[in-house]
Design a protein around this ligand. Structure first.
Ligand SMILES: [Zn+2]
Ligand SMILES: [Zn+2]
Length: 262
């Protein structure tokens, strides 16, 4: 099986001791690429270095996470994201809204997200979106962005069918993480709702390790567990899910990987 991990925080300090080994295990597990997320400018700077030392296998993104929105400075940060895009970042983000933790005031979250959506429109770049307990505002802002032809992915999606359907209706993608392997996950209909050509998979490493690694540090080589789960619920083969999600990641992020065939 060949697959793409569409969302991993490889720049996280959790990988400082053995990052190269983690990347090697991802390759051995069948990964064709890993998208390493820059959830802050500092993380994006580190992710860019990791991408350059694993050229054509690790790709990076740059954005400001809603948790850090209170520190967002449009003049400084939008400039930094733009420079990252010019030097090869495959997406803007992760950005979005998190009204569950509310680590930043909601007004600041909306301001930071809005600026990044506008930049994505200007640069014609895909967006990696984090959305938690913010359904109304996410749908409204995503619909606005879609009018400027912005496309992206709702990453680690665990939200309502209405939000997923709104995003899909605007041509967006939906990505599932190891959460869908947890015993308490019971929304199987959500896992069937996303069509083959809009489905992505991700580790969200170092968080959210799938069963049977739950509670451990997560890494991209565990993504096949999530693919397994999706295949079972959707009545498809793991090869089919791996191939669809790989093609979708290549299309969304414009990834140039040496041999995109499964
Ligand atoms: Zn996230
Ligand atoms: Zn993330």
């Amino acid at each position: 099986m060949r697959f793409i991990d569409s969302h991993a925080h490889l720049a996280d300090p959790a990988f400082d001791d053995d990052r190269d080994a983690v990347v090697s295990r991802a390759r051995e597990a069948g990964a064709a690429a890993v998208v390493s997320i820059g959830e802050s400018i500092a993380a994006a700077d580190r992710a860019a270095l990791i991408a350059s030392s694993h050229h054509g296998f690790v790709f990076h993104t740059a954005g400001v996470h809603p948790h850090d929105a209170v520190q967002f400075d449009a003049a400084r940060d939008i400039d930094a994201i733009r420079r990252h895009r010019e030097s090869g970042a495959v997406a803007v983000g992760e950005c979005g809204l998190d009204y569950h933790y509310d680590h930043s005031p909601r007004e600041a979250q909306r301001t930071a997200f809005e600026s990044q959506l506008r930049l994505a429109a200007e640069l014609d770049a895909p967006v990696v979106v984090h959305s938690r307990d913010a359904d109304g505002d996410i749908v409204a802002m995503l619909s606005d962005a879609a009018r400027s032809h912005v496309r992206g992915v709702l990453h680690c999606f665990t939200g309502s069918h209405a939000v997923a359907e709104a995003a899909l209706g605007h041509g967006w993608y939906v990505s599932f993480s190891g959460i869908v392997t947890f015993k308490k996950w019971d929304d199987l209909a959500l896992l069937r709702l996303v069509p083959d050509d809009r489905l992505l998979v991700e580790s969200d490493a170092p968080y959210l390790a799938p069963v049977p690694f739950r509670g451990k540090r997560n890494e991209p080589s565990f993504v096949p567990r999530t693919i397994d789960r999706l295949a079972g619920v959707r009545g498809a083969t793991v090869e089919h899910i791996a191939r669809c999600t790989m093609e979708n990641a290549c299309r969304l992020f414009g990834l140039a990987i040496p041999d995109p065939r499964p």
